[in-house]
Design a protein around this ligand. Structure first.
Ligand SMILES: Nc1ncnc2c1ncn2[C@@H]1O[C@H](COP(=O)(O)OP(=O)(O)O)[C@@H](O)[C@H]1O
Ligand SMILES: [Mg+2]
Length: 262
C-alpha cells in the first residue's frame, strides 16, 4: 500500500504544485514508485509543471464519470520510469465529486505505488477536504511571511480534525541573505509557531520557476533541498537544507551585497 501524502497550505501561490512535482522527482531519483495526483479541479496545473500537458487524454473526472479506467488516465513520466502523473479535470463545476469516490479510486491503484502525492487546491473548502480525506499524511507548504504562516496555522488546525499519521511543514522561498540580516523569520521558528515538525526548507531561486515543465537543474540549491526532503520522507528523518550557509562568513557577505545590488 502506498503512503498517501497531501501537499497543502491554505494560501494559494506558495508552491504546493511545485513541491508536489519536485518531491516526486526526488523520490523517483531514489527509485521509488510514485504517483502524483492533481486534485486541484478547475485550476489544475500539475500537468504543466511536470511537462505532460500534451499527453493528457483522460483525467480524474473522466475516471469518476466512468469514461475510462484509472490506469488509462495515468501518464508515465518520459524521463523517469518510476514516476506517474494522474491529471485533474478542467471543469470548475465539481462540487458533487466526493472525497470518498476519489479515495476509492486511489486505493484501487495503491498497491502499484510506494508513494501517492496529492496536490491540494488553495482554500479550506470542498476541494481541500476532498484532497485531505484521501491522504494519511500531510505536508503544509508555507512561505516565510505572516499571512502565509497564519493561513498555515488555520490549515493545521483543520488538519488536526482528520486522523492523519503525520503533519509536517515545508518552508518554501527561504531567503538566506535576509535571514542572516535578521530580516526574515527562520524556518525552525515557523515550525515552532505552527507546532509541527520541519520536513524541509527550500530556498527562493529563479531556477524553480524557470524549470517549469522540466526538473530542477542538479547544481541548484533547490534541487539539493528537495533531495533532502525526499530522503526525510523515506527515512522519517528531519534534516533540512541550510539557506544561511551560502550567505555567512566573508564570501557570504559578498554574496549578500551582490544580491542587494541586483
Ligand atoms: N522556491 C521557489 N523559488 C522561486 N519561485 C518559486 C519557488 N517555489 C515556487 N515558486 C514559483 O511560485 C509560483 C507559484 O507556485 P505553485 O507551485 O504554482 O503554487 P501553488 O500550487 O501553491 O499555487 C510558480 O511560479 C513557481 O514557479
Ligand atoms: Mg497549485
Amino acid at each position: 500500500m502506498a503512503r498517501k501524502i497531501v501537499i497543502t497550505s491554505g494560501k494559494g501561490g506558495v508552491g504546493k504544485t511545485t513541491a508536489t512535482a519536485s518531491i516526486g522527482y526526488a523520490l523517483a531519483a531514489l527509485k521509488k514508485k510514485v504517483l502524483l495526483c492533481d486534485l486541484d479541479f478547475g485550476l489544475n496545473n500539475l500537468d504543466i509543471v511536470t511537462g505532460v500537458e500534451g499527453e493528457v487524454v483522460y483525467d480524474v473526472c473522466d475516471v469518476l464519470e466512468g469514461k475510462c479506467r484509472v490506469r488509462q488516465a495515468i501518464i508515465q513520466d518520459k524521463n523517469r520510469s518510476t514516476l506517474y502523473i494522474l491529471p485533474s479535470g478542467n471543469s470548475l463545476d465539481n462540487d458533487d465529486i466526493s472525497g470518498q469516490r476519489i479515495k476509492l479510486m486511489l486505493e484501487s491503484v495503491s498497491n502499484y505505488f510506494e508513494y501517492i502525492l496529492i496536490d491540494c487546491p488553495a482554500g479550506l473548502d470542498t476541494g481541500f477536504h476532498r484532497a485531505v480525506s484521501c491522504a494519511d499524511e500531510a505536508i503544509v507548504v508555507v512561505t516565510p511571511n505572516l499571512s502565509s504562516i497564519r493561513d498555515a496555522n488555520k490549515t493545521i488546525s483543520v488538519l488536526l480534525s482528520y486522523e492523519l499519521k503525520g503533519i509536517s511543514v515545508l518552508v518554501n522561498r527561504a531567503r538566506g541573505d535576509l535571514m542572516v540580516e535578521q530580516k526574515m523569520i527562520f524556518p525552525d521558528d515557523i515550525a515552532k509557531i505552527l507546532n509541527v515538525g520541519l520536513l524541509g526548507v527550500v530556498p527562493e531561486e529563479d531556477a524553480v520557476f524557470l524549470s517549469v515543465g522540466n526538473s530542477l537543474p542538479r547544481f541548484c540549491d533547490s534541487f539539493k533541498a528537495y533531495k533532502i526532503i525526499a530522503d526525510n520522507i523515506v527515512k522519517n528523518k528531519n534534516r533540512a537544507f541550510d539557506p544561511l550557509k551560502k550567505y555567512s562568513g566573508f564570501f557570504g557577505s559578498i554574496r549578500r551585497r551582490i544580491k542587494r545590488d541586483i
